[in-house]
Ligand binder design. Structure first.
Ligand SMILES: Cc1cc2nc3c(=O)[nH]c(=O)nc-3n(C[C@H](O)[C@H](O)[C@H](O)COP(=O)(O)OP(=O)(O)OC[C@H]3O[C@@H](n4cnc5c(N)ncnc54)[C@H](O)[C@@H]3O)c2cc1C
Length: 381
């Protein structure tokens, strides 16, 4: 650290109490949230990052790439999901929360990370009734301890002048070998999760994992247009695929059915009742009739569920969303309301944004956009 800078920045190895009101709060610290936080802190803002991974199994889509290397993440030649998550934590840690003095005025800057599942966001009152400087106040309510049966929630509240939503989405999984009575997705679908994110397991993105199965036979478990899009994307990697609708009608137009037939892509409509696996490798699927179908790669697409349940309608939140429930934003990453106007102080980045590639480099780009826009909002003139 240069002498000039050292004179203005407190020793960052000494923990600094966080501010009462953060300049920017970020929900989620996958690629989009981490980048938004780093970009806003780089502009001297105080940034709170609330991340559910430490208190729940909601760890982000990137994390679930358990043993497959991402080949298209900037800078890394190849990196698994868990290692990327660690790298993002280290990256955010390079700008720890501290106090900076500029022209004799001290203020907080840098990143404070908290483990917490955000449950609710409301518009807050400015402290002592004053208007927040060049910003809008949000109150963020988060459950900050892992849930235990019979133990009440530990809920903490945080305040911020702007908010970046980077909480992504959850893939919807079909009900194959579900554990009855389990109320959490990761328990009810634990058999599917055993195979998910492995080289020989369930994949959710043909663009991401098609290269693992070049010229191999793919099982595509999806129905209607989802199955069509996966099969169409698969042509870059292989011509051999079968669509499994898992007991539903194919729900495809005559024209699409004709193309699939011409390409030799069969459609199986029998329900799938079980996995055929060895260790964490998925080898095939057992159908209701008892027939076993083996394949080399398994792709599933049942749609998605946007992680934005904390923007509750009863609290006045009514953002504009697309058919899948993803947020519509403007060029600055500002979340739009039903009137197509930006909702003041509210930004979004990454997979939760409508109309973008659901990919890591895109999430980084959108994260920078939203983080800088939130930081710029604080300028006094
Ligand atoms: C198996 C798999 C393979 C993939 N392969 C590739 C690939 O090869 N290349 C590629 O570019 N992309 C790939 N992707 C896609 C990539 O992972 C996503 O596009 C990327 O992770 C999106 O980043 P994000 O930050 O928007 O969301 P995420 O990475 O999903 O992060 C969202 C974060 O928000 C947190 N969160 C959610 N809800 C809350 C809440 N209420 N409170 C607090 N925190 C919350 C989550 O814990 C999570 O950490 C793959 C995805 C999967 C699932």
């Amino acid at each position: 650290m240069s002498e000039t800078r050292a004179a203005h920045v407190h020793d960052s190895s000494v923990p600094v109490e966080p501010p009462d009101v953060f300049d920017v709060a970020v929900i989620g610290s996958g690629p989009a949230g981490a980048q938004a936080a780093v970009s806003a802190a780089h502009q001297m803002r105080s940034v709170l990052v609330v991340e559910a991974g430490g208190v729940s199994q909601r760890k982000g889509r990137a994390f679930w790439n358990k043993s497959v290397d991402f080949l298209d993440v900037p800078v890394f030649p190849g990196i698994t999901g868990p290692k990327l998550s660690q790298a993002l934590v280290a990256w955010m840690g390079a700008q720890p929360g501290h106090v900076v003095t500029i022209s004799g005025v001290s203020r907080h800057s840098g990143i404070w990370r908290r483990a917490g599942m955000v449950l609710r966001v409301t518009r807050g009152e400015a402290p002592d009734g004053a208007t927040a400087p060049a910003g809008y106040l949000f109150e963020i309510e988060a459950s900050t301890k892992a849930l235990k049966p019979g133990v009440p929630l530990t809920v903490e509240r945080f305040r911020a002048r702007s908010l970046v939503i980077a909480s992504g989405f959850e893939d919807v999984w079909p009900d194959i070998e579900v554990t009855e009575g389990a109320d959490r997705l990761y328990q009810s679908h634990r058999v599917m999760f055993r195979y998910a994110g492995n080289r020989k397991g369930w994949h959710v993105c043909i663009r991401c994992d098609g290269h693992l199965h070049v010229d191999e036979h793919l099982a595509i478990v999806a129905s209607g247009d989802f199955g069509w899009h996966v099969a169409r994307g698969a042509q870059d990697f292989t011509a051999k695929a079968t669509i499994f609708t898992n007991g539903e009608p194919p729900a495809l137009s005559e024209a699409r059915l004709a193309v699939l037939k011409e390409r030799g892509i069969a459609i199986e409509t029998e329900p799938i009742v079980a996995h055929i696996g060895r260790g964490n490798d998925l080898l095939g699927l057992r159908l209701a009739s008892g027939r076993e179908v083996m394949a080399d790669g398994f792709f599933v697409d049942y749609g998605l569920k946007a992680n934005r349940e904390y923007l509750r309608p009863e609290d006045g939140w009514d953002p504009k969303v697309d058919d899948e429930g993803l947020l519509v934003v403007d060029d600055d990453g500002a979340v739009l309301g039903q009137d197509d106007e930006p909702i003041p102080g509210l930004f979004a980045a990454g997979d939760i944004v409508s109309g973008e590639y659901n990919l890591i480099a895109t999430a980084f780009g959108l994260g920078q956009n939203a983080g800088l826009a939130a930081a710029d909002m604080m300028r006094a003139w």
